[in-house]
Design a protein around this ligand. Structure first.
Ligand SMILES: [Zn+2]
Length: 286
């Protein structure tokens, strides 16, 4: 699942490939943008914020995209075969003289002005991938509004802090020995929790493996995420799994019942667990 580090790396890679170049052809395959023609427009910068990407063009034009669950941007040199998925999954194509950027399975594509971009970012929390974050201020933001909300829900709320998805939230809470259902105002060292989440994301932002154990060997990346039914790497207890209600959807939560303290629901049955086996699609590569 694309999280802040994946989007940051995609933005940086696209920026290096496209910035300063004019488009010689463009194709935005969403009904509202069918008449938009970006030919002749120069890419000024590709910027990421949380899970959002902004392609800044000259004359105050911005293409905004969001990956949601499994969208991705791929870069190809001319003549190279495209391999990001079947053609019907392509939602956007930008051609320059030297490279082609192809957006697959993008559920969100908009044309923005700078003011639209500023308005969207003003509704988001601070971007945890940034190096210069004020963690005390970010922790304070987590406590405003509904301080009784479960920490696992607060960290996934992009209006509170931007960039985190289920992998980093799950792993951060394991490292801080609390379950996702601890009310946010009862979390000891909330700024430290945010610092850990940020550190994990930043440690992975230069590659497409999302490891939180520091081990890059396949199958060794995570402490508890997608490890339901297996032994905890620290204490050997069986990793638990349950649904976590996060309006308007629900997400799976993984935790070690021995290492992590705090409230927890009854876990899923063996049958449910079997149905929810990891899909192996948690990675993304441009
Ligand atoms: Zn454990």
């Amino acid at each position: 699942m694309p999280e802040g580090d994946t989007v940051w790396l995609a933005g940086r890679t696209l920026d290096q490939a496209l910035a300063g170049q004019a488009l010689v052809r463009s194709d935005l395959r969403v009904p509202e943008l069918a008449t938009v023609d970006l030919v002749g427009r120069t890419v000024v910068e590709v910027e990421s914020y949380g899970k959002h990407l902004f392609f800044h063009f000259d004359h105050d034009a911005i293409v905004h995209t969001h990956f949601r669950m499994d969208g991705s941007w791929h870069l190809y040199s001319s003549g190279q075969r495209w391999h990001g998925g079947p053609g019907w999954q392509i939602r956007a194509i930008m051609f320059t003289d030297t490279v082609t950027a192809v957006g697959y399975r993008l559920p969100v594509i908009d044309m923005f002005t700078g003011a639209d971009r500023d308005r969207l970012i003003s509704q988001l929390g601070p971007d945890l991938i940034r190096d210069d974050l004020d963690f005390a201020a970010a922790a304070q933001r987590c406590l405003t509004g509904e301080p009784w909300r479960p920490i696992g829900e607060v960290l996934l709320d992009q209006r509170v802090v931007a960039g985190l998805g289920l992998i980093y939230v799950t792993e951060t809470l394991f490292l801080h020995s609390i379950t996702p259902w601890v009310p946010v105002d009862q979390v000891h060292d909330l700024a430290g929790v945010l610092r850990t989440a940020s550190r994990l994301m930043r440690a992975n932002r230069h590659h497409y493996i999302q490891t939180t154990t520091g081990d890059t060997a396949r199958g060794a990346w995570h402490w508890v995420y997608e490890r339901a039914g297996r032994g905890c790497r620290r204490c050997g207890a069986t990793i638990a799994i349950a649904w976590q209600a996060i309006a308007p959807q629900k997400r799976l939560a993984y935790w070690c019942p021995r290492c992590q303290s705090g409230p927890a629901p009854v876990g899923l049955s063996t049958e449910e667990r079997r149905r929810l086996r990891p899909t192996g699609r948690s990675r993304y590569r441009p």
